[in-house]
Design a protein around this ligand. Structure first.
Ligand code: FES
Length: 121
């Protein structure tokens, strides 16, 4: 396993992202929810640049114990990245597709060390 340098750690603040080349591929590195995440910039739906999408909190329905629907809310604990081509959403902590848990983004380990950020490939 080797490492790709992404950037100096101070350059990637909360909510920020970098796209780096890995041969012909691109890897998106994001700092979101207080953690670093790295994914191949290819959506499993039709190959869109998923790492360039919005990062939003998961939207969930509010349903009472008696099954009465009470609307929707953002889940403050779960972040999704939304593919810009057709809106498929992926849990940023796991890479799993929100609509089909059998699908997932390709993830890479991210290392923050000595003031730098690296992706293990
Ligand atoms: S290519 Fe990503 S949602 Fe279609």
């Amino acid at each position: 396993m080797s490492e790709l340098f992404v950037c100096n750690a101070a350059e990637l603040v909360e909510g920020g992202r970098k796209l780096i080349a890995n041969g012909a591929d691109q890897i998106g590195v994001l700092r979101a929810g207080g953690a670093l995440h790295a994914f191949l910039n290819v959506c499993p739906h039709q190959g869109g640049p998923v790492c360039e999408g919005l990062v939003v909190h998961k939207v969930e329905e509010i349903i009472d114990a008696d099954k009465t629907y009470r609307g929707m809310r953002f889940n403050a604990d779960v972040l999704h990245i939304v593919c810009p081509w057709h809106g498929w959403e992926f849990n940023i902590a796991t890479g799993r597709c929100a609509g089909d848990g059998k699908l997932a983004l390709k993830r890479y380990p991210v290392i923050e060390r000595d003031g730098g950020i690296y992706v293990a490939i």
